[in-house]
Design a protein. Sequence first.
Length: 353
Amino acid sequence: MTSNKSQTYRDAGVDIEAGNALVERIKPLARATARTGSAPALGGFGAFFDPRAAGFADPQLVAATDGVGTKLKIAIESGIHETVGIDLVAMCVNDLVVQGAEPLFFLDYFATGALDIEAAATVIAGIAEGCKQAGCALIGGETAEMPGMYAAKDYDLAGFAVGAVERGQELTGAAISDDDVIIGLASSGFHSNGYSLVRRLVDLAGLDWQDPAPFDPSRSLAQALLEPTKIYVRSCLAAIRAGLVHGLAHITGGGFSENIPRILPSGLGAGIDVDWPLPPCFAWAGAQGNIAPEEMARTFNCGFGMIVIVPRDKADEAMDLFAAQGEEARIIGHVDAAISGVVMNGAEEKWKS
């Protein structure tokens, strides 16, 4: 059948005017992230970046893309949208810095069923804040209104970051050697991993998002679980430029067990001395789900979102540098040619529910 009414894109659920209004709303946010080499002016078909103007002589470009995962469900269901944009940036730029790269620019993809300008602008303000923390420019993005693909208030996020490192200065892990020291940099909580399990534990506990968090009663459960992912770029770049770092591992999905081996040369393993108690959010999750320590170590960051591997004779210098950078750093183990993979020594005793 044909329609007697003249159909419009708005009738199909897509509001072009709202999209244009959002672009105007977020232009100042993008301008606030400007850095040398960029000219973040939204609205064009693309954006330029000049690595030479940013101070690089012979740069290798490094790219990363990621999302926030099901942590977004908590933001959507609780109506708290301020911090997931920081998570989005963090998940990308923390992956760049482990290659030795300085983040240069960032682009975002925001997809929704029906564009809520206030919610979208709040999310993108978080993205801009994450970019400022990482020292990279927000130079563009895409907002997609897709009725029928997403429910009206649902949205999804993807981020794309590009960084640079001078040729020959890439961090590959090749310099890691037996008896190097492993330093952990404290996380801010779950970061953006393991939330499908966390949400299952919340359901099993019969909790609502507005209830006090069982591991932090001063905040609602939603507020506590939406604590944003920590961005380690500035402190790690400082350590790299001081010549202290043999390798870095961003502890994301897969935890210690899957991420540390990604940077270890063949024939080397990591011995982690678990002499720290689980931070409250992880202790709650472990007890609520009766989660075995081995499963904790392969699902969550368990208190350390970035692993730094340094020569033993530079460990004290590295610890001092991280303290000066405001990081909570702890020596948690060493590289060991006598073991395979990652061995969590003492986890059964220290982390048992």
